[in-house]
Design a protein around this ligand. Structure first.
Ligand code: GTP
Length: 396
């Protein structure tokens, strides 16, 4: 079988691509406050280039012995560095968690011993071992990527697919070499290995290009959280709450659904701060936030819109349901707020509620109605809920 692959062209192209991508990763490492994963991935490209260079040098006439061993040391280090970069990205130790770290160390020991014994007399055996070792590392990379709770999933899926194809290719190489060594089937070993090498080079390059995608979308997600979430309670901040509220308002109006806004303001919070300190005040805010998360539905929109002021948008609830929810919320705040982290803060809250009507031209109008109702709840004695347009009050 003549596969017509010009090996030197293939190798030079791959070396160039990996040098370019490695250089880009190294530059990103410096531009992104020395984020370690990029350095490890740049080193993975470099070790791949060095491994390829040593493997080529070994083919030259009069090459000194031991070159193939050095070549495979670098080629084996390359997938290891890719995996180490994924661990660094996830904030894990470089060798991963305890179990996978033990597996990697064991496999590395076997691989290095196998190389040391075989590489001197048969480069094909060295290829066999490197392919087997790489397939194992790619499987671990797929597993590790699967455990990342990362949104969007696309970069993860792309990388898992690339590692999957690459691992399968490496196992094909292992099988081809094993079958050819057993002598049971006549194979064009060099032709097949060339074909595998070409795919291997393509996959290395594609993986090196896809890795930054994962890191970038990950840090973008972190920025979105920073921009949209309140740092203390992790609820939506004021800006994000208004944005989500406006979307829910428009949707409810189009569909003719009900949507209710609640403004929840803690009572005499200043006294809690003054008497027990700001740190206790912060803990109280966190407790109230988690209470709201627990008491309201997942698709309700909950935010911290001011210092001790929270707000929620509840979808598709009628007045009775809303009154039941606010009554429960007030009750839970009183129960839980009797003592927060051992401090008898005796917390209560006031709630103002407004349901979307024809008079409301925008989400801000519903918020303004809820604010008026909240004012009434405060005025009427606190620890209660008031609603507009009717003034049904739920006193605990
Ligand atoms: N601990 C803490 N306190 C905050 C935070 N943001 C605002 N505050 C405090 O919340 C208090 C709000 O006080 P006021 O607006 O007078 O309201 P209040 O004491 O709750 O009184 P009423 O609302 O009328 O029942 C102020 O003392 C603010 O300093 C915060 O992030 N942490």
């Amino acid at each position: 079988m003549d596969l017509n692959l010009h090996l030197p062209t293939l190798l030079v192209t791959s070396v160039m691509i990996n040098l370019l991508i490695g250089g880009m990763l190294w530059a990103i490492y410096h531009l992104r406050h020395r984020e370690r994963c990029f350095l490890l991935w740049a080193l993975a490209c470099l070790t791949f280039v060095l491994g390829t260079a040593f493997a080529v040098a070994n083919e030259l006439p009069g090459a000194p012995g031991g070159l193939i061993f050095v070549a495979h040391l670098f080629l084996g280090a390359s997938p290891l560095l890719v995996l180490a970069g994924i661990h660094a990205l996830m904030g894990l130790p470089i060798a991963g968690k305890r179990r996978s770290s033990r597996l990697i160390h064991g496999a590395l020991l076997l691989y290095l011993s196998g190389l040391a014994v075989s590489a001197g007399w048969d480069p094909v055996v060295a290829r066999f071992l490197t392919a087997l070792f790489s397939a194992l590392i790619f499987s671990l990379a797929i597993y590790r990527l699967g455990s990342i709770g990362h949104r969007p999933r696309l970069p993860l899926r792309i990388l898992q697919t690339l590692f999957g194809i690459h691992g399968t290719l490496m196992m094909t190489q292992v099988l081809v070499i094993a079958v050819s060594m057993s002598g049971s089937v006549q194979l064009d070993l060099q032709g097949l290995l060339k074909l595998i090498l070409m795919n291997h080079l393509l996959l290395v390059s594609a993986t090196a290009m896809a890795l930054p995608l994962l890191a970038f979308t990950r840090s973008e997600q972190a920025l979105v959280v920073l921009a949209e979430r309140d740092g203390l309670t992790q609820l939506y901040n004021r800006r994000a709450f208004y944005r989500e509220g406006e979307l829910a308002f428009e949707k409810a109006r189009r569909a003719g659904d009900l949507v209710t806004v609640l403004m929840i303001d803690l009572d005499h919070f200043k006294q809690i701060n003054d008497r027990w300190g700001h740190a206790t005040g912060d803990e109280v805010l966190k407790v109230v936030a988690s209470l709201m998360r627990a008491e309201l539905r997942d698709d309700d929109i909950v935010g911290r819109v001011g210092g001790e002021e929270f707000a929620a948008v509840l979808r598709n609830n009628n007045r009775e349901a809303i009154e039941a929810i606010t009554g429960r919320l007030l009750q839970r705040i009183v129960e839980t707020g009797r003592e927060v982290h051992g401090v008898p803060v005796h917390l209560s809250a006031s709630i103002g509620g407004a349901t979307l009507t024809r008079d409301h031209g925008s989400f801000k109008d519903v918020m303004a109605s809820a604010d008026k109702a909240l004012y009434r709840a405060k005025h009427n004695g606190r620890n209660r809920a008031e609603f507009v347009p009717t003034s049904a009050a739920a006193k605990l």
